[in-house]
Ligand binder design. Sequence first.
Ligand code: SAM
Length: 291
Amino acid sequence: MTDTATLRARNADFWAQTSPGWVHQADRHDEIGRPLGAVALDQLQPQPGERVLDVGCGCGGTTAEIARAVGPSGNAVGLDLAEAMVATARSRFSVPGAAGPQFVTGDIETLGAVPGAPFDAVYARMTLMLLADPVAGLTTIRRSMRSGGRMAATVFRDGGANPWLPSALLGAAAHLRPLPPLPIGDDPGPFAFADAARTTRLLTAAGFTGIDIHPHDVTLDAPDDPEAVAEWLIEISPASNAYRDTEPTTQGHARAGVAHLLERFRTPGAGYRLPTGLWLITAHSDRTSTR
Ligand SMILES: C[S@@+](CC[C@H](N)C(=O)[O-])C[C@H]1O[C@@H](n2cnc3c(N)ncnc32)[C@H](O)[C@@H]1O
């Protein structure tokens, strides 16, 4: 088992290396990826005037959506570990001197509390399973909420519910330099929260109450553009850095490899439909926790 300090350093390094791909794909990911978090946003129902935290906000698209819901009298704060993504989020959505989303760089595991706390609500799309020390990260989240505040988050279920997900790695790897090691067991990674019983234990240890974890299936619809869809998936995957570092012909081979594996999810002329299995996690901050 890998120790927490090593996992945390690996996580920070991974997101620093992968950020350019996410930045490049920010608009496309906002569009195709919206179903990944829509159910959590529906559940959270941010209200005008509320203070809402978006944990692992990436390039800020979801924080901007929350900012529209809470309006000028509210406050939407996006937090992310990756400086480049936070800078991109600011340049996409912050208007100096005007109300709107705010973006903060930081590691949710090591902050005492998130600037802007206490929050009425917390949202996290596809981030919690990536935490090196989930109890530490969830404890900061819970501490940053007002007493009785609500959280809604989405994470992937298991690999079987997300059959397209390995395509970026499997299709591109043969063409690129060696990729980072794959997660083992409970190591941070796409399927680290696949076991709902474990997730419940982690949330309980962090002081959450009212924990509810439900399966939710969505479909990601992507346009019938195999090159663009393959590049989107490569650039937001662990192959992102190696892909960026290689020359255009090899990049083309990597895209072709991924497009080949994705072919079963494509209807020519109509586009891609990627079946995606999520857990919707909802919980409340405990009014009495002393952590
Ligand atoms: C899979 S991406 C999801 C981004 C965005 N929520 C979305 O759905 O498009 C995970 C994000 O979590 C961030 N992240 C990972 N570990 C983090 C941590 N310990 N503290 C804050 N952010 C973290 C990464 O930098 C990355 O932007």
